[in-house]
Structures are given as C-alpha cells and as structure tokens.
Design a protein around this ligand. Sequence first.
Ligand code: CO
Length: 434
Amino acid sequence: MLMNTQTGSAAQQLIDFIDASPSPWHAVASAEERLLAQGFTRLEEGERWQLTAGGRHFVVRGGASIIAFVMGSRPMAETGLRIVGAHTDSPGLRLKPKAALAGDGLVRLAVEVYGGPILATFADRDLSLAGRVVVRGATGAKTRLLRFEQPLVRLPNLAIHMNREVNEQGLKLNKQTELPLILGLLGEGEDAVANLRTLLADAVEDQAANLLTWELAVYDVQKGCLWGAKEEFIADSQLDNLASCHAALNALMATDDPSATCMAAFFDHEEVGSESASGAGGSFVSDILARICLQAGLDGEDKYRAMARSFFISADMAHAYHPNFPAAYEPGHKVMVNGGPVIKSNANQRYTTGAETAARFIALCESAGVPCQQYAHRSDLGCGSTIGPIVAAQLGIASVDVGSPLWAMHSVRESAGARDHSYMIAALEAAFES
Ligand code: CO
C-alpha cells in the first residue's frame, strides 16, 4: 500500500524542491519562484516600501537568506506576529577561491569543509558543483546561478587493501590533504587554472575573461526518492534544513487573509554559527520587522506591544531514533520517524522551548489533528543547537524549537518520514492561522 495521496504529494513536492536547490542560493531562488507564482512580490531593501493589509511580499539578503510575509488584517499591536524560522544552508564541501590543483596528470579541486558534514558520506558519490559566479558585464558585475547537472567531481575511497582497518576505525579523512576532488585528466601542456575558468564560464555562457569570482558548493546529483515497503520514507540531500524551509513556505503560501502578520524567515550560515549580515545572528529579521512595524503605522510603544504578543517557531530537524544504535539516545525521549513534529527541549537553552511555548505548540498540533513528540538529548552527549536561541535572544519574543525526525543528520544523503512532512506543514499552517 502506498502513502495516501496528500502525504505522497507533499513528500514529492519536497523532493522536487530539494532537487531544484543544490545550494543555498538555489534554495532561495526556488523559494522565490514559488512565492512569485503565488502572487507574492519581491521587495528590495534599498527601495522605499508601501505595505498594506493583506500584502504578500518577500525580501532576499545576501542571495541565500529570504524572509517572506503576509500582512495581517488586524492591528499588529493587538495580534503580534507569527514567525517561523529555518535555515537554507547545509554542511558539506565548498570550493576554495583558487581551487585547481594540477599534478600526477590529474586536476583536483581544493575544497573547504563547510560546517559539520559526515565527511565519509561524500566518498564514492556522484558529486557536482552548484552555486553562484560573478561575471563582468557592460553595466557592472552580475551574479549568476550556476549548476552542473552531470556528475563532475568525485572523492574515490581508498581501497580496503590499503586501508585494512576501515571497518573497525571508520573512514577518516584529512581535511587538507585527502579531500581534494578529482575533476579530470590534465593533458600535456594544459593549464588547470585556465581549464577550470573556461569550464565555469561556459556553464554560464560567458567568456572566461569575464569571470570574476565564485562561491560553489559540492552537491550530490542523485535525486531524492521515496523508499521503504510502503514508500513511507524520504531520502535526499539537505533535508536538514530544506525540509523545514519547504514546510514553512507551503504553510505561508496556504495562509489566506490571516488576522496576524505571518512570516517565514530562512537564513544562511546556520551551520557555521549564524554570525553574518544575512545569518540569524545578523540584523536581517529585526530590520524587516522594524520596517513592517513602521509601514503598519506602529509607534515605538505599539511595536513593543506587537513583539510581546508574537510567537516564534524555530524549525530545524530532530534526531529520529535509530534502532541499531539504542545507546546513542535518551531512552525516555525516543522520537520516531512518521511520529509527527518534535518539540526539542534543553534545560541549558540550546533550544528555546519552555513549558508555555511547548504547550502552545502542542495545542497547535492538536488543532491541526497531527501527533506530536518531545525530544531531549542524552545528558552525557553535547546537544546541538540552531537559530532558535539566536533569534529569540535578539527579538525577545516567546519561542519554541521544533522539527521533523531525521536519520543521518549531516550525511550527504539523509532520511526522514514522508508523513512527517505533511504533519509539519499542517502544524505550521495552524500556527499562521492562530
Ligand atoms: Co539544521
């Protein structure tokens, strides 16, 4: 038996969204395309804004962060805002500025580790490059998105005959010397640097001489899929955290004439600490909130009233229980794939959740008719964190950390529950309508 149609189609839409988004810059472009198709208009931070009740807009900062919002019908000082936050970036490998390495008749590309990926999962995968390049144009520099569709680079494993302990010790890779990716053979008299420039310029149909700079992420070309006896699971790259972005985006787009102003804020740089101009630790969300309040005619006093009545849901993936590794989990807080949205709690405030905000999210799940779970990390293991505490500390609004259960977080190929994705969309829709 297959999943019911609604669940199956939400999961398939997520797979399509991720397949269209091999880098955080592409994720923002994918979100933008969907928002434009739903009647949202793009605002520029450098222009003057005119916002009215019911207005549907979005703003992009730095190319990989985006905030979309729907202006509420009731006074903001009375309703506050409903905000869902997530992140667009995923851990992995990024090309260094001068990436081409020539030697032994081969060209390899030097990479930097971005955030905390499980490096071994990048070995023997069909990898490629996606991101953005800046080219010289007649009227100034232009940024172009770039994506190689075909498997372009590879990190072949070392044969077991030279690495006899690999199954006992695990695959350990030196980040400087053992991660460069093989790009191709280098012919007699060929220039690896020039070849790479030509390859990148050709991909954006421009001249190598016009190519100024680039930021390129390594991605896995294998498309996402449903798997399992009943196709009840999803496998894809970047489920952390494009699954939360997609859920919040769908929930926001489904919101029709809300009484409170609703916002979905997706940030770059979460995997590296969020401290950047476009990251959750920067001014992006507070700047956009200030402008929305100005446009809604709120004075300073009313802005504080609006913030005091607001609710922030930080959505990032949660660690699903893996029965092969029971010792890794807190035995009283096993969260199960397809068991519904997870409320993440940590007494040391690695998550923002408190008793009152957790209760509020439980009520939202109840009103949406979806199950809900609670997670706590083992006390003898360091707990992860996310944008929740960073945004909550900055805005001072009531917050909760939630997420869908995920296996293999930070693998190049993660797994989650198809049903969980529909559940999360429904819970976030309820939040926007509350
Ligand atoms: Co995450």
